[in-house]
Design a protein around this ligand. Sequence first.
Ligand code: PLP
Length: 402
Amino acid sequence: MADLSKLLDGFQPSPIGEIFSLATRLKEQGRDIVDLSIGEPDFDTPEHVCETAIDAIRNGATKYTSTDGTTALKRAVQTKLARDNGLDYGIDQIVIDSGVKPLLYHAMQAVLDPGDEVIVPTPCWPSYEGMAALIGARTVFVPTAEQRGFKLDPEDLEQAITPCSKLVVFNSPGNPTGAAYSADELAALGEVLLRHPQVWIFSDDIYEHILFDGFRFATLAQVEPRLRDRALTFNGVSKGYAMTGWRIGYVAGPPTAIDSLRMILSQNNGNPPTMSQEAAVAALEGPQEFLAARAASFQERRDLTAGLVNAIAGLRCSRPEGAFYLYVHCGAYLGGTAPDGGRIETSSDFVRYLLSEAGVAVVPGSAFNCDPYFRVSYASSRDELSEAGRRLAEACGRLEMA
Ligand code: PLP
């Protein structure tokens, strides 16, 4: 028999996709499911962006572009980084890809060797580990504490760095907690990284525009310019501009890494969709005011959902700085018993119970390497969130705590 790659030994599909598929299957069977498992804004792509793409298709934007993106989009990214982040990059220090997800993987291919260690603060988006594993690199998870707002302690970062450390990944505001680092907090982490020149830094800024209570966005390359020769800043249009399906992400960084990344893309990637690149130019160069209005809408829903969750005995969550997630502690229910006699031993058991009994889909903390929690995405209507709160309260009330 022909063998598969040994890199796939023990490799698992993304656990977020799994719960989403389960919820979808139940919906197809006619069950009424409130789906709070999806990491996707519920807003539509802005009209002017759609119009640009339709015109672009009509005007022939249907052919290949350069694999690392069009000059027009790189220019728009260059202007955006200067305008919003105080970062000055040349056009040749910017690469476009079909979303931040593939871009992170391709960039990891540029900086990692098998056996290298990738430091990831947890709870974290599961794909960082999956991508590193496909290169044969090992993820070193560094836990953060709920009491510290799920933010990495500089001392813990220092402790985690070894001679094998090659990369640290930051994600602020973060999935799954919504935690965002202030400029001062990033500066303290930057101090540590300055002492370890062999370590690359990836900042995944995809939730940049979804911030609350006047919190000011910061990214490491901006806060600590002395790290710019090994810091790569990733961002895209998926979350802020509600363009998840358009598949456009970008990265800016030092020529060493960006040139290698461009070379990799030239061999193993096609260009990001041509019409989507034109649409992304319209998104980045067009009106930006709606971003704040949408963030305000998310903030209202954060407060609504956190209020509903915290009113349920045995559940608790804080009100994070950004993104559209709450990370809810559910430890009080572990060891408990469901009405049918089933035991709730893990956050996955709890989440499965919520799906089958309450028809509410959320993602277990095991998916993000931090338990006993579950993630709620509140990018749903206020009615759906209220209904989910009611159902959760009822289902939790039927559980016998240990
Ligand atoms: N980074 C994080 C932390 C995410 O949560 C997601 C999507 O859920 C992505 C990246 C993917 O972004 P994109 O749609 O640009 O591939």
